[in-house]
Design a protein around this ligand. Structure first.
Ligand SMILES: [Zn+2]
Length: 200
């Protein structure tokens, strides 16, 4: 289904400052998403000192690549860029919901209660495994206009933020999988090397 650019533009106007990119796969995504085994995924990202047009352009290109891969989250290190930046969109079906853009995110607090949830990653395609994480978090970050913000997140949003923030520290969700048996089976099945996992 083709989506109306007029509607997107209208929405961009309504959510002034937000970044509107069509939630459609494109033929040649601007950024390549690296997969397990590539060293760039293990390099810690650096703080962004100035949120300017070049950062906003990077955000748009990350979104285009994420939508093209039908993902719900993407961190800059996955496209080989060592910046503390991630994008999330849990409402792919709705073109008017703006994506979440987190710049320099920091976890302020985590809930004592834990939750098990099945995760997947655009950098480890096909692999889905249970990971235990705090059920809720509070974070501080800057938005795409550089404004400081705080947010409480639980459920899928909280889960996704924690997964993407791990990427900023060179950590992948497979590092956190507790069941070795499941991990080895899934990796093998999808052609990944167990030696590329750094168990936490
Ligand atoms: Zn990931």
């Amino acid at each position: 289904m083709a989506r109306s650019f007029a509607q997107l533009a209208l929405n961009a106007e309504k959510n002034k400052g937000s970044i509107a990119v069509a939630k459609e796969p494109i033929e040649n995504p601007p950024l390549e998403i690296h997969t397990l085994g590539n060293k760039v995924l293990r390099q810690p990202a650096k703080r962004i000192s100035k949120v300017d047009d070049s950062i906003r352009e990077l955000v748009k290109n990350m979104l285009r690549s994420m939508y093209s891969a039908k993902g719900i989250g993407l961190a800059a290190p996955q496209v080989g860029i060592d910046k503390e930046l991630l994008v999330i969109d849990l409402d792919l079906e709705n073109p008017t919901t703006p994506p979440l853009v987190l710049i320099n995110p920091k976890i302020i607090s985590t809930s004592a209660s834990l939750e098990t949830y099945e995760e997947g990653c655009l950098s480890i395609p096909g692999v889905y495994l249970d990971v235990v994480r705090p059920a809720a978090i509070k974070i501080s970050y800057r938005d795409e206009m550089g404004r400081p913000r705080k947010m409480n997140a639980d459920g899928l949003t909280g889960r996704c933020i924690q997964h993407e923030m791990d990427h900023l520290n060179g950590v992948l969700f497979v590092d956190r999988v507790t069941s070795d048996e499941d991990l080895n089976r899934e990796l093998k099945e999808h052609g990944f090397n167990r030696n590329h996992v750094n168990k936490i």
